[in-house]
Design a binder for this molecule. Structure first.
Ligand code: GRF
Length: 201
C-alpha cells in the first residue's frame, strides 16, 4: 500500500507520517512527495527520509491540467494507492480527482464545515469560538469540502494567539493523520454508496 504526500510548507505532518512508518506503527510505503514550492522545508525532510520527490513550479506549466497530468504520471509510475494532502495549498481539479476518486484525503485545522480555506486558526480566533479542532476528510472539487472521516476537538483558551493555538492543534494533527491513514489501509473506512458520507467498521 503506497501513498503520495502533497505538501507545500514545513511538512510537520509529512514528518509525522514518515515517523509512524519508521516506528512500525503504520504499514504503508511513502512512495512520493509532491511539492509545489521547491525550496520548502518539506523537501529537505523528504530527502532526509529517502522519499522520492516531485518538486515543481506551477508557473512553469501552461495550465493546472498540465502539471496535474504530470503528477498523475509520476503517481502511476510509483503505483500510488492513496493521495495524502498535508498542507498542499491548491485546489485539486478533475485531472487528478478522476483517476484517484475516493482515494484522496486532506487534513484541515478546524472542525469543518467551520472555517474552510486559508488561515483556519486565525478565522477561529476571530470568531471567538471556544472549541476548534482538526478534520480529516476525503477530497472533492471544493475547498475543504468532501466527506468527513475523523475529527478531534481542541479547546481555545482565554488569551490564545494564532501561535499558541497552532501549538495545540499541530500535535493533534500529527496523532490523527497517521491513525486515519492506518484505518484506510486496513479497510476500516468506507464511503457510502452515494459517496457523501463515511462509515467506520
Ligand atoms: C496543517 O495545519 C494542515 O492542517 C494544513 O496545513 C498545515 C500543514 O502544516 N492543511 P505542516 O506543513 O504539515 O507542518
Amino acid at each position: 500500500f503506497r501513498i503520495a504526500v502533497f505538501a507545500s510548507g514545513s511538512g510537520s505532518n509529512f514528518q509525522a507520517i514518515v515517523d509512524a512508518v519508521q516506528a512500525g506503527k503504520l504499514d504503508v510505503e511513502v512512495g512520493l512527495l509532491v511539492c509545489d514550492r521547491p525550496g520548502a522545508k518539506v523537501a529537505e525532510r523528504a530527502a532526509a527520509a529517502g522519499v522520492e520527490t516531485f518538486a515543481f513550479r506551477p508557473k512553469e506549466y501552461a495550465s493546472k491540467e498540465a502539471y496535474e497530468s504530470e503528477i498523475v504520471k509520476r503517481m502511476q509510475e510509483q503505483r500510488i494507492d492513496l493521495v495524502v494532502l498535508a498542507g498542499y495549498m491548491r485546489i485539486i481539479s478533475d485531472t487528478l480527482l478522476q483517476p484517484y476518486e475516493g482515494r484522496i484525503v486532506n487534513i484541515h485545522p478546524s472542525l469543518l464545515p467551520s472555517f474552510p480555506g486559508l488561515d483556519a486558526i486565525g478565522q477561529a480566533l476571530a470568531h471567538g469560538v471556544k472549541v476548534t479542532g482538526v478534520t480529516v476528510h476525503f477530497v472533492d472539487g471544493g475547498m475543504d469540502t468532501g466527506p468527513i472521516i475523523a475529527q478531534r476537538a481542541v479547546e481555545v483558551a482565554e488569551g490564545d494567539t494564532a501561535d499558541t493555538l497552532a501549538d495545540k492543534i499541530h500535535p493533534v494533527e500529527h496523532e490523527l493523520y497517521p491513525s486515519v491513514i492506518r484505518a484506510i489501509r486496513e479497510g476500516r473506512v468506507a464511503l457510502s454508496g452515494d459517496g457523501r458520507r463515511v462509515g467506520w467498521r
